[in-house]
Design a protein around this ligand. Structure first.
Ligand code: ADP
Ligand code: MG
Length: 599
């Protein structure tokens, strides 16, 4: 067990890299031709699978067009070779660029339509490959395949068979490094947020459509790389290599290895290449086998091998008593006064109907920085609707929502979030499989931006933002009292702590406007006291807070101004003292106010 503690101290990327380097040297240790060839095919397959993992496992879209992008990459490289452009480096660049274009062009309409159309469109894209190749049979050789490729060169010299093997493995290692860097960065967490809750993602300023398209486009690159390598392996390609079976093999490998994983793509590809792909009898029944496998595997193997690997590591951690080092905040890290530049919110004449049901009927409301503005009213009076309209989740029928010197009513929810509006959800919305610390950091996704390229290449900007993310998140975690749980799984927290976590996530970006929807419901007295204290601190820091709350007592204690909503209209507004004694409120709100006030 002591051994495990030593292993745990080594950065985790060292192990796959070591395995990759070992793979380079395998043939020199006397591996036979057949196995070496299969290893190359496994590496090529792993590249294609990793592209699917990015869109399916991370961004949550079943985009199966990888086979088409793989074909595009292969034919681009093949045609370049036939026309005398033998430089492999150039072929790889052009092939992945073309695959990227195919990915984006086919992804745009499909993503516009929604998830199932994307699955179907990409499906048909694969079925179309032989036809497209036949149409251009003069160039591609049609069904007979593309002949006349010449051995590739690199830096002017011909690549030997042995050297080509090394090139294949090195390209795979390089791509997996890119993929891994992307996935462990904040963008990887953003992809996973997107997969689990597009609403949460857009509340954090992420454009769902753009982000999915990005995943789709980036996933096309390794397919293009794989195509170029594959074409140069035998110097011959035909439509048979890009049949429907390859699309199914890719999907099966992805699920087997674990779609939401990086190295699972290689494990799945290895198993598919050395397993089913070996027997010719199997090939005849491949589609039936894959059909059964996908149904059974989809049910039994959710998470794939990667999940079992993670469970195994977690078990060894427990046995060895290993725990991640507790992260620390910088000293003196309370949220300073005036840390948040709150913005004035003015809602005027806001109307919203759902069918014939007028949920909001000319709402007027003003919320000031450094104040808590509460919104109360019976169920169905339009409180959540109003919050959703301010957040850009619903379009208004009429009226203006002003924040600072800009207007929000025409913006989409992600644009509203980028304007500095943060919110919590009536039912806590916390993605699975991420830690408490990561969950809070997602709140900063659009405040301190760092590009995907900078994250992949680990440029100084990436490290700077990473550190800021860490410290800012730890600062608010300490504030809400969850610092100890920073490395726990966020979705495992009890309800009270999940609400605190949501609050931390909303505050970490220092929003100009903070929308809190029933944050106290389901909490015990203790938790409510802590929550109230927190909201007061956020007010003191300068934020504009709008609070929807059923707990009248809490509202009276906490707020500076109270608006009472009934049937989509503001029926009263004033200080807690005024509202408490307002006769109209007492009658309209009777059931709640009388018992709450007297208790
Ligand atoms: P509250 O949060 O004050 O309980 P809501 O804003 O959720 O009230 O609801 C106000 C009214 O609008 C209710 O009559 C509700 O049925 C209706 N409503 C809210 N959201 C929708 C929706 N997405 N589609 C149709 N009707 C809705
Ligand atoms: Mg509500």
């Amino acid at each position: 067990m002591g051994m495990w503690l030593v292993i745990r101290r080594i950065p985790s990327w060292v192990f796959p890299l070591a395995l990759g380097v070992l793979l380079i040297f395998l043939p020199m240790l006397g591996l036979d031709y057949g196995t070496t060839r299969n290893l190359q095919l496994a590496c090529i397959l792993a590249l294609v699978v990793s592209g699917l993992n990015l869109s399916l496992g991370y961004a949550g879209e079943l985009a199966m067009g990888q086979a088409a992008m793989y074909a595009a990459g292969a034919y681009v490289a093949g045609l370049m070779s036939v026309h005398g452009h033998t430089d492999l480096f150039l072929q790889i660049i052009v092939a992945s660029a073309v695959a990227l274009v195919v990915g984006v062009v086919t992804g745009i309409p499909a993503l516009r339509l929604g998830s199932w159309s994307l699955a179907m469109t990409s499906f048909f894209l694969v079925l179309l490959i032989p036809d497209v190749l036949s149409i251009f049979s003069v160039q591609t050789g049609g069904q007979n395949g593309l002949t006349g490729m010449v051995p590739a060169t690199l830096f002017g010299g011909t690549i030997s068979t042995e050297a080509f093997y090394i090139v294949v493995v090195v390209v795979m290692i390089a791509w997996f490094a890119v993929f891994r860097n992307l996935v462990v960065s904040r963008h990887g967490v953003a992809f996973r947020t997107l997969k689990q809750s597009p609403i949460l993602a857009s509340a954090q300023g992420i454009s769902v459509y753009r982000m999915k398209l990005t995943a789709f486009a980036i996933g096309a690159i390794p397919a293009g790389l794989a195509g170029a390598l594959f074409a140069n392996l035998d110097l011959y390609i035909s439509p048979l290599s890009f049949s429907f079976t390859i699309a199914m093999t890719v999907l099966a490998a992805s699920i087997l290895g674990g779609s939401a994983s990086v190295y699972g793509a290689f494990a799945g590809a290895l198993i598919m290449q050395f397993g089913p792909n070996q027997s010719t009898e199997f090939q005849d029944y491949a589609l039936i086998f894959y059909g059964i496998f996908l149904i059974v595997g989809g049910v039994l193997l959710s998470g794939g091998l990667a999940k079992y690997a993670k469970l195994g590591i977690a078990k060894l951690d427990r046995m060895a008593g290993w725990a991640p080092p507790t992260p620390t905040a910088r000293p003196g890290d309370a949220l300073p006064e005036q840390a948040i530049a709150g913005e004035k919110l003015v809602v005027s004449g806001l109307e919203k109907s759902f069918g014939g049901n007028k949920a909001l009927n000319g709402v007027e409301l003003t919320a000031l920085p450094g104040q808590i503005t509460a919104l109360i009213g019976p169920n169905g009076s339009g409180k959540t609707t109003l919050m959703n309209m301010i957040g850009g989740f619903y379009r208004s029928d009429a009226g203006v929502i002003r924040l600072g010197d800009g207007e929000l009513q025409t913006l989409t929810s992600d644009a509203v979030a980028r304007r500095g509006v943060a919110r919590t959800f009536q039912t806590p919305n916390i993605p699975e499989e991420i830690t408490v610390l990561e969950a809070v950091q997602t709140g900063r996704y659009t405040t301190d931006r760092v590009s995907m390229l900078a994250s992949i290449l680990r440029l100084p900007k990436y490290w700077k933002v990473k550190h800021e993310d860490h410290f800012e998140a730890m600062r608010v975690l300490e504030l809400v009292g969850l610092a100890e749980q920073a490395h726990e799984k966020a979705s495992d927290l009890p309800l009270g702590n999940r609400r605190l976590l949501e609050l931390a996530r909303a505050v970490v970006a220092r929003p100009g406007l903070l929308l809190l929807d029933e944050i106290a419901s389901g909490l015990d007295e203790h938790e409510i006291v802590r929550l109230a204290e927190l909201v007061r601190q956020i007010r003191a820091a300068g934020s504009t807070v709008v609070l929807v709350e059923h707990n009248f007592d809490l509202v009276l204690k906490l707020s500076d101004v109270i608006y009472v909503l009934a049937q989509g209209q503001v029926i009263a507004e004033g200080t807690p003292d005024e509202i408490e004694t307002n006769p109209r409120v007492l009658t309209e709100y009777l059931g709640i106010s009388v018992e709450e006030v007297s208790s």
